[in-house]
Design a protein around this ligand. Sequence first.
Ligand SMILES: [Ca+2]
Length: 554
Amino acid sequence: MKRIFLLCSLLFIVIMAFCQKPQLALVQIAAGLDSPIDIRNCGDARIFIVEQHGRIKIMDKHGNINPTPFLDISSRVLAGGNEQGLLSLAFSPHYKQDSFFYVNYITGSGTGSTVISRFKVSATDSDQADASSERVLLTFPQPFTNHNGATLMFGRDGYLYDTQGDGGNAGDPFGNGQNKNVFLAKMLRFDVSDPDTTYTIPPSNPFVSQPNTKPEIWAYGLRNPWRCALDRLTADIWIADVGQDSMEEVNFQPALSTGGENYGWRCYEGTHLYDTTGCAGAGFTWPVYEYKHNAANGCSVTGGYVYRGTKFSRMFGRYFFTDFCSGRFWSARQTGPGSFSIDTFPSHLQYQYSTFGEDDDYELYIAGRGNGNIYHITDTSSCAPVAHILSVDSSHCDYAELTALAGDSLTYQWYYAFGGAITGANSATYRAGGSAWYQIKVSRPQGGCQSFSDSIYVHVQPCPGIHETDQDVIFTISPNPNHGLFTLNVQSNLVTTSTVSVVDQVGRVCVQQVLPLSQDRSHIPLDLSFLSKGVYSIILKNGGSMAQKRMILD
Ligand SMILES: [Ca+2]
């Protein structure tokens, strides 16, 4: 799986740039699954489909399904009730090294018990789990057959999260939502990094050492959280919580959360009073979106993911969710601290959409539990793939590593933002050999779609004692810094008319001057005293060659 890193300023630009609404289309890629209920990947191209009755199947991106299940624990799984079964799967963030994955299922008879277990893949067949490798991390009884919650996922912090419903029936009859001495109605957080033990309590869990409180609790006040997701770019967490009789809700937990949120149930259903017995003094974290039960909206939210794929620029940065009863889709985007914008999409045929999932390129899929189909979520309105520079590693001398968001079936071309295409720079990563403004073009060959990223300035530290000999054109600018009267000394033997440009930090060209061939290039005066103080780039272009340096006006 491609690692992606947060670059706040770029993220903001991208959110602003890609706010046009997509036209969602569900493209069926597979059929014949038995109550598909979770979709995961382990960091390679395989897609793992969890079937509610206790099997995990492997599918490729074209929808071909391996005949032999990856795991079959149907004999251990109680799936009698509508909401019982094998409910969730999460692969270790270090799966390639440790081969561990985690599942959450209901076992036993009647109302059953929740089990959270760790398994290992077979040592000889990567398409086959070792069903005998199970180690139970935690198990506890369920008081009713419904509201078993259960999304397992790893946070950016490397801890395993699990969400639990309130235990079921209706109206949370035991008050589990606000009772911190039970696992039910909670988001739990475990440290599973030691393979020799089940789990330990992360010391930063918010209720460690408090009396009559489960130290595993990360957040509480949930009713039946049906699908939580980590935003792969920002590390924010989205929690969709199924309501009682009137309201469905979506909650947003920012990446900087230190836990302890009280999401309100059963004091509140969404933002509406439900049963305030024992709620005095509690502070609540309110949903960022709620919708009322009706024929158009539906009756049971299914939370999805933030799209971080590369194929559909209008989907980028949107958290998609749907409703199990209506098939209506929504997206939510954070537009500022604490502010969110919601878009509603036309309803798609209702197949009991039970879960979304991501592949290793962050493309989104959805499962119809009712018809056993898997769909790829696409946008028919956008021809532009996502061109997005994710990270710049400037820790080296003499070069910097640039990484763009990478996807399947795309081509890449890096550019000097004020120069031309860089020969041979055709992968999602690029090793920049000189300080310059860089940009990437991402193309989807089918249909001729392409888009350019924002241009970013990359400063490359020269190695001690080594000069910028890798530039096509060699020049110096002196004295630097300076109050405004610079001298340009071009050391190359230029063969055509050249252009010198001065560009500010946001990419605006402030000065452009043509240097005729006849001019003496060794001592070109450059009066920039009319410009504001600051950092500029000076760019010299000669035919297809160019060089760029940083210049400070003080
Ligand atoms: Ca709530």
